[in-house]
Design a protein around this ligand. Sequence first.
Ligand code: 13P
Length: 256
Amino acid sequence: MTRRAIVAANWKMNGDLALVNTMVSGLANVELQDNVNVVVCPSSPYLSELSAQVKTKQLSAAISIGAQNVSEHKQGAYTGEISTQMLQELSVKFVIIGHSERRSYYHESSTQIAHKVHTALTAGLTPILCIGESEAERAMEQTDTVLAAQLQPVIDEIGIEKFNDVVIAYEPVWAIGTGKTASSEMAQETHQFIRQFLAQADEDVAAKVPLLYGGSVNASNCEELFAQSDIDGGLIGGASLQVEQFKIICSAAKGK
Ligand code: 13P
């Protein structure tokens, strides 16, 4: 078994302290298959409470903590931003970078995203780098070109070797929050493209990078998606706000 599976909850701007409590209690007894990491990424005001609960209840083996964003700057006059050092103090291990909502609503470019990945890695955080095409781009058969254009600036900035410490999440924009999941065949085909694209730079690294699928994953479709040879888990939005459903998704993942 060479590749771990990861199931990450992206709460986006949802959730509250009560959800932190019920999620921690729920995940305390989740049954996981071999080689699976569960990551919970709440909004930043809840990171501290999540971190405290995971520590007190000695659940750090079961639950890893993730942030939804990080600044590309180390510190300074950047009102509203959060630094890697702040995340580290809260025992955060993962950080979602380049989510399509950040790319489109906050105009984060692939170059800025590459800087963020670099900053996160330098601080020892594992980036969950999100990439994905829009509905129009897929319709125009530009998916591969778009994904390559999102990945290349990151490869150029950090070098392919550093992808040993990166997780990639493929999230087709048209499948996010819409209930329209990519079919497992379509998701597998795209994941295979991403792995092959990375393999052009380094085959060994490409074979080991966990590739997560995101976009309307739920308790009913997770098993089929996770059974695909290049899908190593998921980045879960809406369904991660429901503890029982999220637990089912976590239990379906398996390292490959
Ligand atoms: P949904 O699971 O709600 O479609 O969201 C996916 C996503 O954007 C996770 O980052």
